[in-house]
Design a protein around this ligand. Structure first.
Ligand code: FAD
Ligand code: NAD
Length: 485
């Protein structure tokens, strides 16, 4: 399809591209397809708890954005209490107005989700609010929220239906006592005792939010190691910091049951010491998410799901059925907004006959706790397992003037590079603004940079980014601002 053609005129029911799902995978796909001069409709069925329909999916309505709003508010509150006096700032009796905190969060969500409508208008995307179902390649049934039904046609259909929280048979959701992450984002008061099942990204972020406001937080993790997916030097440093903050993380804890008793929950689990019991006021179940494809596919479309329910795709998000693509959380790969966005853009460009690629080897992960945790590429454990000789450079924020000035000198930056050609294999950061710092490493790896490339790149002084620079230098034992080990 030529991209310099004039945009194909869409009839009310016929489009070049229909995207089902308007989350961070689907809405960028729709916008890029429209930028490629294709006529596009994006169908989304999301409704918020007040009944209002909103584009943006999990990320904007009940995930990335509201969680970051609460993390910011509670971190400021925590620092006002625990840190301001060190700077000489005396503020007696700071309190947290939870209703105001939640109001601010909802305001941000509203602005961001309405922003998508403005983006659609600007790009010429037709936004349709309601349910979409692939009837056959090229045919989509759209059921509006008022129940009216139409069959739409499109040359290309992109499935971006996202994911939903996994429910545990041993601890089924029973709001308001046993909730998923959306419930935990919306608590109207600070629970005195909060249980969290799962020490993953959600457990740590939302556990931190409510801990900072005074909740006693116990996190039950089934695996014996903490943050098994992360570099273990990073994970150990983070765990030490979380324990110091009072997050009670119990590893090797397998939940066997949870019973609501009045307004409390009795949780039963087993660990190395045998059967245990815990009573909490609220229990958050955050044990991962599963692909969501309910009523998405009519019989006989030919689109395949794997044994875990993910839509089967190749590396370019083709389903194998001509004109049907799938992107984001409903397909393999990490469940991250930026991964979905990149796939959406790739597919929209491929549909338009342009170049499109997603570099799955260089997808950053960020956990927005304090300290922040971020990484890209191989962990040291993965580098070791690969059999390729590697070297490691570490730089602690303790030796960073900027981190000390910020009163945030915990953690470190770590570079893992190949011994043979010096290629950067992975970068791991635990410390202040790690999620921002990792972008440099992502760019470096995208361009197959060596640790010497980072070493020879001038970093402004005094900045946190110098920690990445010095970690790269330390990989060759040439660190200037730290003792080389
Ligand atoms: P979704 O965002 O789930 O969007 C799918 C959309 O499709 C939804 O609106 C859904 O209603 C709609 N839909 C589904 N089926 C149909 C249908 N048949 N018809 C019409 N519409 C349909 N990721 C990050 O990268 N950074 C973060 O900081 C981060 N924080 C998170 C915090 C929390 C608490 C949670 C739960 C998740 C977080 N994530 C984060 C993960 C991120 O939200 C997901 O990876 C991302 O939303 C996936 O995007 P998606 O477009 O594939 O799916
Ligand atoms: P997760 O996969 O990050 O963590 C789930 C944790 O629960 C794991 O540590 C797992 O071992 C543990 N677990 C599983 N079953 C258990 C059980 N029965 N008992 C005790 N522990 C158990 O999943 P999540 O935290 O629910 O997050 C879901 C998805 O959302 C993730 O894929 C994540 O990438 C995404 N997300 C990303 C961000 C971010 O990028 N900052 C934030 C939140 C969520």
């Amino acid at each position: 399809m030529a991209t310099d053609d004039k945009k194909t005129a869409a009839s009310a029911d016929s489009f070049d591209v229909i995207v089902i799902g308007g989350g961070p995978a689907g809405y960028p796909a729709a916008i890029r397809a429209a930028q490629n001069k294709l006529s596009v409709a994006c169908i989304d069925e999301w409704k918020n708890k007040d009944g209002a329909a909103a584009f943006g999916g999990t990320c904007l309505n009940a995930g990335c954005i509201p969680s970051k709003a609460l993390l910011e508010s509670t971190e400021l509150y925590h620092r006002a209490q625990a840190e301001f006096a060190t700077h000489g700032i005396r503020i007696a009796g700071a309190t947290m107005d939870v209703a105001q905190m939640q109001k601010r969060k909802s305001g941000i969500v509203r602005t961001m989700t309405q922003g998508i409508l403005a983006l659609f208008k600007g790009a010429g995307v037709t936004g349709l609010q309601g349910h979409g179902k692939l009837l056959a390649p090229g045919k989509v049934e759209f059921t509006a929220h008022d129940g009216t039904r139409r069959t739409l046609s499109a040359r290309q259909v992109v499935l971006a239906s996202g994911s939903a929280p996994i429910e545990l048979r041993s601890a089924p959701f029973q709001s308001p006592q046993i909730v998923d992450s959306w419930g935990a984002l919306d608590f109207e008061a600070v629970p005195q005792r909060l249980g969290v099942i799962g020490a993953g990204v959600i457990g740590l972020e939302l556990g931190s939010v409510w801990r900072r406001l005074g909740a006693e937080v116990v996190v039950l993790e089934a695996l014996p190691e903490f943050l098994a997916i992360a570099d273990q030097q990073l994970a150990k440093e983070a765990l030490r910091a979380f324990k110091k903050q009072g997050l009670d993380v119990r590893l090797g804890a397998k939940v066997t049951g949870a019973t609501v008793k009045g307004d409390a929950v009795e949780v039963r689990y087993t660990d190395g010491k045998g059967e245990q019991q815990l009573t909490v006021d609220r229990l958050v179940v955050a044990v991962g998410r599963r692909p969501y494809t309910k009523d998405l596919l009519a019989e006989g479309t030919g689109v395949k799901l794997d044994e875990r329910g993910f839509i089967v795709v190749d590396e370019h998000c083709r389903t194998g059925i001509e004109g049907v693509w799938a992107i984001g959380d409903c397909v393999r790969g990490p469940m991250l907004a930026h991964k979905g966005k990149e796939e959406g853009v790739m597919v929209a460009d491929l549909i338009a006959g342009r170049y499109g690629e997603t570099n799955y080897k260089v997808i950053p992960s960020v956990i927005y706790t304090a300290p922040e945790i971020a990484w890209v590429g191989l962990t040291e454990e993965q580098a070791k397992a690969s059999g390729r000789a590697y070297k490691v450079g570490v730089f602690p924020f303790l030796a960073s003037g900027r981190a000390r000035a910020m009163e945030q000198a915990g953690g470190f930056a770590k570079v893992v590079a190949a011994q043979d050609n010096d290629e950067i294999l992975g970068v791991h950061i635990v410390g202040p603004l790690a999620g921002e710092l990792i972008a440099e490493a992502v760019l470096a790896m995208e361009y197959s940079a060596s640790s010497e490339d980072l070493q020879r790149t001038i970093h402004a002084h005094p900045t946190l980014s110098e920690a990445v620079h010095e970690a790269a230098l330390n990989a060759d034992k040439r660190s200037i601002d730290n003792i080389n080990r």
